[in-house]
Structures are given as C-alpha cells and as structure tokens.
Design a protein around this ligand. Structure first.
Ligand code: LRH
Ligand code: MN
Ligand code: MN
Length: 386
C-alpha cells in the first residue's frame, strides 16, 4: 500500500503550468464573448496566473504565446513574474496567424516564407534566453486541404530542415517540444498529425527534442495513455497540453469530459517515472463561456485529483494480480484507486501547505474578480489571437 505521506509529498511538489491565452478573451470562429476584467497586457495575464498559483500552490509557471504576448523587454516580463511568485514556462511559437502562412510555415513551398517562419522560431529561443524559459513548444498548422496540393514527402523534408536549425540554436538546458495534432486547420494532410511523426523527428534531432501530447489532438477513441506509456518508455515524453474534448479540439477544462481518461494518463505517467520536472504539465484551454480564473483553478484541481488517484494505485497488489493473470482483480485495483474520493486528502494537502482547502471559494472571497473588473475597464482586452 502506498504511504499516504508519500502521496501527499508528491502532490505538494506538483507543478502545473497555466497558459497566458486562457486568461484572455476567446471564442469559436462564430463568436468571441468578451468578459469583464480580462487582462489587457501580458503582465496582467501573469498577475492572474499568479493568483491561481497563490490559491492552489501548484501552478508556479505561466506559458507564453508569441506574438500574443509580445513585449519590448522579456527580461523585465520574467522579473514581473518572479516578483509575483511565478516563472515563465514554455514559449509557444506562433507561425499560423499571418497571411504568408496560407500554405504553411516551415513546410511552405516558398523558401522565403519558410525563412520567415524559421526566424520567428529562432526569435522564440531568444525569448527563452531572456526569460529563463526551458521549453520551446512547437505546433504547426501546416498541412494541405486537397490531394495533390503539395508533395507530402517534400514537406517532411522542409520540416526536418527547420527543426534541425532550431535544435542547433538551443542552449544546454533548453528543450524543443514538438506537438502533434490530427487535423485542423488543415483538413487533408497535416504535417505533424500524430505522435509517430513527432517521435520520428524528435529521435533524429536528439535528446533535447521531445514530444508533447495535447490531449485534445487525437481521433475519438484513441488510447492516449498507451501513447504516453510508449513515449515515456522511449524517453521522449516532453509534456502535456491538457484539455478536454467531446468532438474535436474543444479546449474545454481538463478532466471535464473524461476524468477517467485523465486518471489513466496520470497513472501511466506515475508508472513510467514521468511524474517530475522533466515532464511539463501544461494546460492548453480556452474558457469561452465560463469565468476564466475559476475555470483555470478548477482545471488545476482536476489534474490534482487525477494525480492523487494515480498515486494511490496499489502497485504491489496490481503487479501481483497481473502476474497471476487475474484480470478482474487487476482491474479492481485500478478502479479502487479511481473510485477513491480524494477531495478530503487534497483539502488536507492544501491546509498543510498553508492554503485554503477550497481554492475556488477562496477566489470568490478574495475580491480579485471585482478588483480586475474595476481596474481593467480601460484599454483593449487581450484576446485569443490578439
Ligand atoms: C493548437 C494548439 C497549440 C497552440 C494552441 C493555442 O490547436 O493546441 O498548442 O499553440 O492550440
Ligand atoms: Mn496545444
Ligand atoms: Mn489544440
């Protein structure tokens, strides 16, 4: 039986990274619903992220998206974060929001566009240097819409060339996290559609290149925990973009659609030795209709709950049942952990960390929502893509 004290210690050390873009306005392609108090600047996004960390104790980093979080002085931005008790997490490159990228970015048939995209990726590494960020997260919207539109294999060559140039530029402690996505915005081929493609590129590049699993980027029914197990076994799991999906890349709160899947993923993480700082546990979500900060707090708590359950799995009993080929007993061990109500345990963990046992209630009592609504009345609210 896993000692509860060890489980608690592991939970106290958890680090979940929140995304700057989740604090800004977002929507679907049909409508962006503006919310009061939304940050106007990257600094204000960091302030909100710091509030989430203050209340949960386990969200010490905030991921940036460039150019959405473009500032003149990145070292000053990192200092702003540090002064508020958080640090800059992954730098997310953005080579998908420019007219030049209609036919792709690093896979584009025109070398001039490819160069422009590569320059942006290299600029992101400069930003990592300035902010102390460890991870460069690369997601490419590249792909084609129609059979014959472009040569699929040549596009892989162009991709490999760009990735190699970025890899070369990475510092000793820096990593490149390559994110895959089944489809969207490209509808016929996507240049990095699955973990196999991402893995193949990362293996060629070397140790500093790792795969990132966005939980919303798979076909329905995909066994994501299996992918996690395999990537960990190969030393190639760099991290997660956590969110929930019902249909496609819905970007809903992690653990909302399928908490059991999240538990299964976290179990493989724990089982495979991936529970630690080498795995970046990031959220990648958009809160279109619900209040953003409470939704992010809730998401952090959902990851904590899945993690607690994963840590509670009686691994000895599980191994014994598996060795005996006792299918039902083995399954029961896993389900016992999943069915445990870990909320009292997490409340205790928070109290031991000097936190309110109920971070959402603490947020509502804090007056932060009223304060930002008042303070941020003037100016342009940051939005997805702004
Ligand atoms: C792409 C994606 C990727 C982007 C983010 C905004 O769908 O998951 O991680 O950077 O959304
Ligand atoms: Mn993502
Ligand atoms: Mn996505």
């Amino acid at each position: 039986m896993t000692a509860v004290s060890a489980v608690k210690a592991a939970l106290k050390n958890q680090a979940i990274e929140t995304p700057s873009w989740a604090y800004g306005n977002s929507g679907t392609r049909f409508k962006v619903f503006a919310q009061p108090g939304v940050p106007r600047t990257p600094q204000e996004k960091i302030d909100d992220a710091a509030k989430v960390h203050e209340l949960t104790g386990v969200a010490p980093a905030v991921a940036l998206h460039i150019p959405w979080d473009r500032v003149d002085d990145y070292a000053a931005l990192a200092k702003h974060a540090e002064e508020r008790g958080v640090r800059i997490g992954a730098i997310n490159a953005n080579v998908f929001q420019d007219d030049d990228y209609r036919l792709g970015s690093v896979c584009h048939p025109d070398a001039t566009v490819r160069r422009k995209a590569l320059d942006h990726l290299l600029e992101c590494v400069d930003i990592m240097d300035a902010t102390g960020s460890r991870d460069l997260k690369l997601w490419f919207a590249d792909g084609t819409n129609y059979p014959g539109q472009d040569d699929v294999r040549s596009r892989q060559d162009r991709l490999a060339e760009a990735l190699a140039a970025v890899y070369e530029r990475l510092g000793e402690e820096q990593r490149m996290l390559l994110e895959y996505k089944l489809f969207e915005p490209a509808f016929y081929t996507t240049d990095v559609p699955d973990w196999g493609t991402a893995y193949a590129h990362c293996v060629k590049l070397g140790e500093k290149a790792q795969v990132v699993v966005d939980t919303g980027h798979h076909a329905p029914g995909t066994n994501i925990e299996f992918i996690v197990a395999v990537l960990l076994r190969e030393g190639k799991l760099g991290g997660f973009d956590f969110n929930s999906r019902f249909y496609a890349d819905d970007d809903l709160m992690v653990g909302a659609a399928d908490p059991f899947q999240l538990f299964r993923i976290m179990y493989e993480v724990v089982r495979g030795g991936g529970y630690g700082p080498r795995t970046a546990f990031m959220l990648d979500q958009c809160h279109n209709i619900e209040p953003k900060i409470p939704a992010i707090i809730r998401s952090v708590m959902n990851v904590q709950e899945a993690t607690a359950k994963a840590l509670l799995v009686d691994r000895e009993a599980l191994a014994a049942a598996q060795a005996e080929g006792d299918v039902l007993a083995a399954n029961a061990v896993l389900m016992d952990a999943y069915d445990t109500d870990v909320r009292p345990l997490l409340a205790e963990v928070r109290e031991e960390m000097g936190l309110d046992p109920d971070p959402v209630a603490a947020y509502h009592r804090s007056g932060w929502a009223e304060r930002i609504t008042e303070d941020r009345k003037d100016g342009r609210q940051a939005g997805w893509g702004a």
